[in-house]
Write a new protein. Structure first.
Length: 494
C-alpha cells in the first residue's frame, strides 16, 4: 500500500558553523522536542517544522571536529545515527572560515553513505557567493547553497532544494474534514477520509521492553486476516493492513514484525524518529506501558509527543497478569495521579503475551477515531457554548465581562472549536479547561484531545464614516423643509 512518512532532515557539520541557530530558526523555537529523553545522546535534538505545506522532522547533531580521536569516533557518538535516520542531510560549513580538513572528512563520509546530501555554506554575509561555491566544490557534493542562517537569507532556497522530492501536506486531505458544513438540524456525521480505504491507521508506541512487539504479533495472530505487508522506509517501519470482524485497519509497526517465539524485547531499539513519524502518520495511537514498572518520565515524554500531535489515544497497560491486588491498586492510583493530562483516553489492562484484554482495544480505537473526525454544525457548537456560559459565565475583566458569542468547527483530528467573542485574549486557562470539559461531556468525545481557539469579535464597520448617498441627502433636505413649514404654520395659528 502507498503511505507517506514525514521526511527527516539532519543538520551536520563541525562545531560553531551555525547548526543550532539554523535549527532554532527552522523550528521557530529554542527548545527541542526531545532534549533530555532517557537513552538519547544529549548532543542530538529533534524538532518538528513546516515549510510551504511540507512537514518534516529536523535533527540537530553535535559538532564533529575530527581532530582529536578521529572522524569515525565522533560520527559514532553523535551524528552517524542521525545521518542514517535522515532522508536528507544538510552539511553546514562556515563560508568565512573556508574549507577545512574536518569538512573534507565529513564530506567523504557522506559520499560513502550514499545519502541525499547538500552542502550549505553558512555565514555568507559580505562574502562572494561564487567564490564560496568554488571553494567547497572539491567535496564532490554539488554546488554549495549560500545562506545566512542568523538573518534568514537563503533559507527558502535551501528548503526548496531539500524538500523538492517530497509531496506537500495538502496533497493528502485531512481525514474527517469536508468543505461543506453539516446542515443545521442534521445529525453529526463522520466524513470518510483516506483511512476508509486502508482502514484506521494505528501506531503502537512505547519505550523499549514494554511489549510492543508482542502486542503487534498478538494483534496480527492466526485469527486475523492479514492482507499483505511491505516495508515502509529504510528505517524499517512497516505498514500492515489487516481485518478484524470485517473492520479494516493498518498497523504502523516501528519495531518490525517478528515471528512468534522469536521475539527478543531486550534487543528492541528505540528510535525517536520512527516514533515521531508513526505518531504523525497515524489516526490512533496505542500507547503501551509496563504495568510492573508503573509510570516513568520516559512514558510522560512519549505521551507528550502524541498529545502535541493531536492524535487520538488509547493506553494499554501491559504485563497486568501475575500482579497482586495490592500492586494493581497502587498502579491505578499512580495512573490517576500522573496521567491526569490525558484523562480523556481509555485505559486497558492487558497481557500481550497471553492475549488477555487485547481484543477490547479495538472498540476503543473505533470510538476514539470516530470522536476525532466527527463533524458538528455551527448551531450545535454555539448552543453548547451558550449553555456553558449560562451555567458558568466568564470572569470580569476590570468592569467589563468577557463575551463569547458563537462557535464553529475549525478542523478535525483533533477537533478544533473556534470561539468568537470580545476580550477573548483574556480568557483564563481555567475557563478554557471548563469549556473543553463541557464540549467533551456534551458531545460524548472519548479518546481524542480537543483544542479551542479564540478569535476576537472585530466590528467590520469600525473606521467607516457614515456617509450619506445623494438620494439620502435630498430626502433629508425635504424632511427638514417639511418640518420648517409645519413649524411656521403652527406659529401662525397662534
Amino acid at each position: 500500500m502507498e503511505s507517506r512518512m514525514v521526511p527527516v532532515i539532519a543538520l551536520v557539520g563541525r562545531p560553531n558553523v551555525g547548526k543550532s541557530t539554523m535549527f532554532n530558526r527552522l523550528t521557530r523555537t529554542r527548545d527541542a522536542i526531545v532534549g533530555d529523553l532517557s537513552g538519547l545522546t544529549r548532543d542530538r535534538q529533534y524538532g518538528e517544522a513546516k515549510w510551504q505545506g511540507r512537514s518534516y522532522i529536523l535533527i540537530d547533531t553535535g559538532g564533529i571536529s575530527g581532530d582529536e580521536h578521529g572522524m569515525d569516533e565522533k560520527m559514532a557518538e553523535q551524528s552517524l545515527l542521525a545521518i542514517e535516520e535522515a532522508d536528507v542531510v544538510l552539511f553546514l560549513v562556515d563560508a568565512r572560515a573556508g574549507y577545512t580538513a574536518a569538512d573534507q572528512m565529513i564530506g567523504e563520509h557522506l559520499r560513502k553513505r550514499n545519502k541525499r546530501s547538500y552542502v550549505v555554506a553558512n555565514k555568507i554575509d559580505n562574502i562572494d557567493e561564487n567564490l564560496a561555491r568554488a571553494e567547497f566544490s572539491p567535496m564532490g557534493l554539488g554546488d554549495a547553497i549560500p545562506v545566512a542562517g542568523a538573518h534568514g537569507r537563503g533559507i527558502s532556497q535551501m528548503l526548496e532544494i531539500a524538500l523538492r522530492e517530497f509531496p506537500r501536506d495538502e496533497d493528502e486531505p485531512e481525514e474527517g474534514v469536508e468543505v461543506e458544513e453539516v446542515a443545521e438540524g442534521q445529525e453529526a456525521k463522520r466524513i470518510p477520509g483516506p483511512s476508509e480505504k486502508d482502514g484506521i491507521k494505528i501506531a503502537i508506541i512505547g519505550r523499549p521492553n514494554v511489549g510492543k512487539s508482542t502486542l503487534v504479533n498478538r494483534m496480527l495472530g492466526e485469527d486475523r486476516v492479514i492482507v499483505y505487508d511491505e516495508p515502509g522506509t529504510t528505517r524499517d517501519s512497516i505498514y500492515i493492513p489487516f481485518e478484524r470482524n470485517e473492520e479494516k485497519y493498518t498497523l504502523i509497526d516501528t519495531a518490525g514484525v517478528r515471528k512468534r517465539g522469536k521475539i527478543h524485547e531486550e534487543v528492541e531499539k528505540f528510535s525517536v524518529v520512527k516514533t515521531l513519524q508513526a505518531i504523525k502518520d497515524a489516526n490512533v495511537v496505542i500507547f503501551v506501558m509496563d504495568a510492573r514498572e508503573g509510570v516513568v518520565d520516559h512514558d510522560l515524554n512519549l505521551l507528550g509527543f502524541a498529545l502535541e500531535a493531536g492524535r487520538a489515544l488509547v493506553i494499554a497497560l501491559n504485563k497486568w497478569d501475575g500482579m497482586t491486588p495490592g500492586e494493581r491498586d497502587f498502579v491505578k492510583i499512580e495512573l490517576e495521579r500522573r496521567l491526569f493530562f490525558v484523562d480523556f483516553a481509555d485505559i486497558h489492562f492487558i497481557s500481550a503475551m497471553h492475549g488477555t484484554g487485547v481484543g477490547n482495544l479495538y472498540q476503543s480505537v473505533q470510538n476514539s477515531f470516530k470522536s476525532a473526525v466527527t463533524r458538528w454544525p455551527t448551531s450545535r457548537l454555539t448552543q453548547i457554548l451558550e449553555d456553558a456560559v449560562s451555567e458558568h459565565a466568564p470572569p470580569m475583566v476590570g468592569s467589563r465581562r468577557i463575551k463569547l458569542r458563537y462557535a464553529h468547527l475549525g478542523g478535525a483530528n483533533p477537533p478544533l472549536i473556534v470561539i468568537h467573542g470580545n476580550q477573548v485574549e483574556k480568557v483564563p486557562k481555567s475557563y478554557v479547561r471548563y469549556l473543553e470539559n463541557t464540549y467533551r461531556r456534551v458531545l460524548k468525545l472519548v479518546g481524542t484531545p480537543i483544542r479551542i481557539e479564540f478569535k476576537g469579535g472585530e466590528n467590520p464597520y469600525e473606521g467607516n464614516k457614515n456617509t450619506l448617498t445623494d438620494r439620502q441627502v435630498n430626502k433629508k433636505r425635504r424632511m427638514m423643509s417639511h418640518h420648517k413649514k409645519a413649524d411656521k404654520k403652527r406659529r401662525d395659528k397662534r
